[in-house]
Design a protein around this ligand. Sequence first.
Ligand code: PLP
Length: 389
Amino acid sequence: MFDDLHLDHILLTPGPTPIHPRAQQAMMRGMLGHMDPEVFKLNREIQDDLRVMYGTEPEAFTALLAGTGSLGMESGFANLVEQGDEVLVCANGSFGRRMAEMAARYGARVRLVTAHLGEAIRPEDVAAHLDGVQMVAVVHGETSTGVLNPVPEIAELVRSSGALLTVDAVTTAGMEPFHMERWGVDYAYTGAQKCLSAPPGLAPVAISERAFARYSARRTPTPLWYCDFEGLRDYWVEHTYHHTVPVNLHYAFHAALRAALEEGMEARQQRVGEVGSAILTALTPLGFSHYVKRPQDRLPTVLALRLPEGLDDAAVRRALRQREISVTGGLGPTAGVIWRLGLMGEAARPAPYRALMRALEDILGETGLVRRFDEALERHAAGASPVSV
Ligand SMILES: *Cc1c(COP(=O)(O)O)cnc(C)c1O
């Protein structure tokens, strides 16, 4: 049913993801000024849709920052951390470590809570280090290892401590239900090019009223002028000039977010699970296996697979790229050990992964990958219980 997607280069990477056709089309609209009433109307719809996507309280402030996901990360620390604040950062991968580095640059005294590579942060380790902390920061889905951190459990602990909670929602929000208000998250961000399949260059953020109050009580101005919360409000709420927003990216983002909400987060989460499980069914007989041991620690949107003994990672991925298929390997200690298959946005479709299976049959001289993949999807469609792999 998704075979009519016109995929040129097939991106199976953990970001960017293939652009949504409606976002692609929206990019072709003519240029309007950043102060045009029509753009303000579009922005208001984006803000409303972001409240739904993040599950915020009705009055939460949402906006797009003109930069990638990392700017969303940086803006949280810039606005909500002051010199000497104690910030607890959960760092079990490279994006967690990026958070720690940013927090330190904005003057935080950083406490690290870590976990073994490929394992989730343990809430009890967070609880043990919460005393005297002003902010806790955690990556929901750690892209570098394919690990899902237990955000609802961590949020419960943080809320009762009085600290703010910042969550990197780059690999989760927009692809599965996210409950900022119910969980007790104060600042969340993602990147347009991940779960929403919009072009890169925008970071959608949501700020709780509690976080905004903390920001308003700052002793010193936010050191990052470009993303100062008040400056963002000037433009997004008061409609006065702050900086020139990339309106063409706003068009595309609006279309992609609408498409995601129309499909629904449950339906999106379900297709991630179905395609992911079909990939496992197809590749397990070749010796691929889950890198993340505990099933509850697995991030569905970035499938981290341990490679079979003897598979030449670099050579196979080079051969795939010659066939216009991009697959991402491991990082640092997992380089040459794992592949990280992206199941965010439009990547979580049968067509691109069927193309991968076909190409792997060819490159590895194997048979049966496409058949196993399709049969697994058909079993799902027939409503059979999910294949356990
Ligand atoms: C991709 C990613 C980021 C950074 O986003 P950029 O758009 O590359 O700046 C941050 N956190 C996670 C978990 C990511 O996967």
